[in-house]
Design a protein around this ligand. Sequence first.
Ligand SMILES: CC(=O)N[C@@H]([C@@H](O)[C@H](O)[C@H](O)CO)[C@@H](O)CC(=O)C(=O)O
Length: 307
Amino acid sequence: MTQQRFLKGLIAAPFTPMDEAGKVNLSVIETYAGLIDKNEVSGVFICGTTGESMSLTTDERKRIAEAWVAQANKRFKVIVHVGGTSQPQSIELAAHAQGIGADAISLMAPGFFKPEKVKDLVDFFEPIAAAAALLPFYYYNMPSITGVFLPVNEFLLQGKARIPNLKGVKYTHNNLMEMQQCINLNGGEFEVLHGFDEILLTGLAIGATAAVGSTYNYIPALYNEIMDLVKQGNLEKARILQNVSVDVISVVIKHGGGVRGGKAIMNLLGLNCGPCRSPIAEFTKDEYKELKVDLEKIGFFNLVNQF
Ligand SMILES: CC(=O)N[C@@H]([C@@H](O)[C@H](O)[C@H](O)CO)[C@@H](O)CC(=O)C(=O)O
């Protein structure tokens, strides 16, 4: 089946640059956007998990979205995550994303008061998606964080009946059977964006054609090669490269995970993204030293060719 896809290839989930005082530092986004453009990354998924959306104010989220749309300047796509726990706040962010010329919106399920049924989730999303009716909308499925484990294929079916701009799902979960069902639903009607970098190869094997992730910020070449190798049918080499990604992500996990560890990596590489916002603890000097040693041990710095 060859369907026209809106999103393809690698989409980086940018870190939100902050200064030492913990304020959002928009000035870094110009250089950041230059790196994205240079590295065959087809888009950015901003203010998501990696972008610390839930720790930002509504106004900060708007300013960040404006900066990315302006700096991307149509060189790559900008998908704005507008999810949260407050429907009116998300409506405001969705309308804003459309107004500034973003390419798409995405929303995770509300994780404080949770929808009990698929219908509740559709009810929550419908007016938000309608506020950006001209943009494709991707459901951001991430049950490990939201605690919402509703069946995604069922959501796509019920959602499409009421949300005309529902385009697909960003699938950040390891239920590969369900992910495959979503990919094949209605003959491949929906775009399923792969969400876990460490198992990209698995997602590609079952038919994903685009992926959103935090490590595509700093080692995109590795993943672009995995994608090329899969197209060529060279699974043996693709597996070796995926294993390299697993080594990197093991170090990232040791140092606090994709957001904390990943932001520290960006800082080590010279793109000043600053600290994470509380409650994610700031990296100490000793931690930076230890991270560098761990990355050197696995040959990480040879993988980084874009800085
Ligand atoms: C839970 C989580 O943060 N997942 C990441 C992954 O890229 C993740 O950092 C990576 O696979 C390492 O575990 C992305 O799916 C998140 C993402 O795209 C986002 O920032 O919204």
